[in-house]
Structure formats: C-alpha cells, structure tokens
Design a protein around this ligand. Structure first.
Ligand SMILES: CC(C)(COP(=O)(O)OP(=O)(O)OC[C@H]1O[C@@H](n2cnc3c(N)ncnc32)[C@H](O)[C@@H]1OP(=O)(O)O)[C@@H](O)C(=O)NCCC(=O)NCCS
Length: 276
C-alpha cells in the first residue's frame, strides 16, 4: 500500500490491513512464525501489498500470485498449494466488503487548487437543496426536491454511488458523484456533476472532474470512465472535454427532460492516457 493509498482513505486502508492480518494469522503464517517479532515486521510489507490489491478488487489470480511470491520467493518456504489457494479465496471474498467505503462519512477527501471535495454531512442538505432547485440547474438535474437531495446525495447508499460535496472557500457550490461497475469483465466508473448557477463558467467543473478522474484511476484502479450529458448540454460536454473525455457515441432518446420528452445524450469516455 502506497502513502497515497493511505492518505486517500486511511480508514479503509487500516480496516483492510487488520482484516488481512486476521486471515493470514489464522490460516497461513508460513513456517508457523506468527509469534516472532521480526516476522511481524516482515508481514507489514506484504500485508500492505495485499491490502492495495484487495482495495482495488484485484482478481483472484493476482492475490494468489502475491501470496505465492511471498511464501516461496521471498521467504523460501515450499508452497502449500491447497492452503495458499484457500487463503487467496478468503482474501478475495474480503475484497468485496473492503472495497466499499465503510459509511458515507468516511469517503475520501480530495483537495484541488481551489476546491475541497468531501463526503456530505447532514448540514449540506440546506445548501444542496437550494442549488439544485435553481431553475437553470434544475433544467439539467430535474426533480431534485429536498427529499431526493437527502436520499440520493446527502445520505446516498455507498453501495450504489459515492457522492462528494464540492466546496470553494468553505462554501458548498455543488456535488460530484461516481458509480462503479464491479463486474470484473466490464469494470469502469461513471461520473456526474452539478454546480450552482453562480459557480458556472470559472473552470470549477473541470477542476472537480479532473480530481475525481485521477482518484478513480489512481486509487480505485479503474481503466475507463464514462459520462453521459444531454446532447444539447454544450457547457457540460465542453467541461468534460477539457479534462480529456471524448465523445464516443450518441445515445438516442436517452433521457427524459424537464419537458417530459425523450432527448438524446452523448456517451463520453476517458482513459488514463487522455486525462489532462
Ligand atoms: C456542466 C458544469 C459542471 C460545467 O462546469 P463549469 O465550471 O461551468 O465549466 P467551465 O467553467 O469549464 O465552462 C464550460 C465550458 O463551456 C463553454 N461554454 C459554455 N456555454 C457554451 C455554449 N453555449 N457554447 C459553447 N461553449 C460553451 C465555456 O466557454 C467553457 O469552455 P472554455 O473554458 O473552453 O471557454 C456546470 O455548468 C453545471 O453544473 N451545470 C449544471 C449541471 C450539469 O449540466 N451537469 C452535467 C450533467 S452530466
């Protein structure tokens, strides 16, 4: 686990390492060295590596290979294949649980030159409700009354979506959220953002999107991000393009607008090499 991983979410990193140690001490401990202090120091190294793998939900084979390497190459023990496979399976099962923020308040904070992106708290309900009911904002994020802001943003289910409130100089100016597809075959994340009308046109949107995109690539291990603004939302399309997102398709009759009619959307994608 790198210092960056820890800084991004020390709480999750600690939880991961504690859970991994428990499994290793109970089931693995190559050579039966669990009581020896030097062995504990040694384990700090590979427990960190395993935690990084689990937090980015690495596949079974990566976890197995890591254990195999530690056991044979680094410690020089003969491999006990059956036991190592069992431990790898147990660790992969843990990763589903560890990959989630433990509760909404512990989502990472991201700091940019001008913005703080942080987990929502109850006190944000007021400001977010006000921003989302501004007519020009509601034209893009329709139907966010107070109750919906509470359930979908302030108290959003972390298994569904991660919401970060955007602050500039201590004032809440909007929110950005991402959802993660966990099926390993199609793993990716999608981003959505909203700023209050007064904060438009100052580059805050791209600044927040860039921070979240870097976080998703570097800390969450994603290789592909998507977003899907309305086709006529020129400002949003441009804001995403400024970060490196590319238009890759037209989503016909994709979303219902505030006028209750179906409108086209634009599918946009960002790969790590496109980020700017
Ligand atoms: C979309 C949004 C996040 C953009 O953030 P922002 O901070 O206003 O973005 P920027 O300040 O970088 O401005 C956007 C860009 O669009 C350009 N733009 C704005 N209106 C435009 C128009 N009508 N035609 C062409 N370009 C336009 C701006 O000039 C700017 O580009 P530039 O810096 O190259 O000049 C923000 O406007 C917002 O929250 N809108 C309401 C919610 C929304 O639409 N969310 C996106 C849904 S996916």
């Amino acid at each position: 686990m790198t210092a960056d991983d820890r800084a991004a979410s020390p709480d999750r990193a600690r939880r991961a390492e504690a859970a991994i140690r428990k499994v290793l001490l109970a089931e693995w401990a190559p050579g039966g060295v669990k009581e020896i202090p030097e062995a504990q120091d040694e384990s700090d190294g590979y427990v960190g590596r395993l935690a990084a793998l689990l937090l980015r939900r690495a596949p079974y084979l990566d976890v197995f290979n890591c254990l195999w390497r530690v056991e044979t190459v680094e410690m020089g023990f003969p491999m006990n294949r059956e036991r190592t496979e069992g431990v790898a399976r147990k660790l992969v099962a843990l990763s589903e649980e560890l990959g989630r923020p433990s509760r909404p308040g512990t989502t990472s904070q991201l700091q940019t030159a001008r913005l703080l992106l942080r987990a929502p708290v109850a006190a944000d309900l007021e400001s977010l409700s006000r921003l989302l009911t501004e007519p020009e904002v509601a034209a893009r994020w329709p139907d966010y009354d107070r109750e919906r802001v509470r359930t979908e943003l302030v108290e959003a289910d972390p298994d569904e979506v991660t919401v970060l409130v955007i602050e500039s100089g201590g004032t809440v100016i909007g929110a950005i959220q991402y959802g993660e597809e966990t099926d390993p075959q199609y793993r990716h994340a999608s981003i959505d953002i909203v700023l209050g009308r007064q904060s438009w046109g100052q580059g805050f949107g791209p600044e927040a999107i860039r921070a979240v995109a870097s976080h998703l690539f570097e800390q969450r291990g994603h290789h592909r991000l998507t977003t899907d603004p309305a086709e006529d939302n020129v400002r949003a399309v441009r804001a995403y393009e400024k970060v490196g997102f590319r238009r890759v398709g037209l989503l016909r009759d994709y979303e219902r607008g505030p006028d209750r009619r179906w409108h086209d959307g634009v599918l946009m994608e960002l790969l790590p090499r496109d980020l700017r």
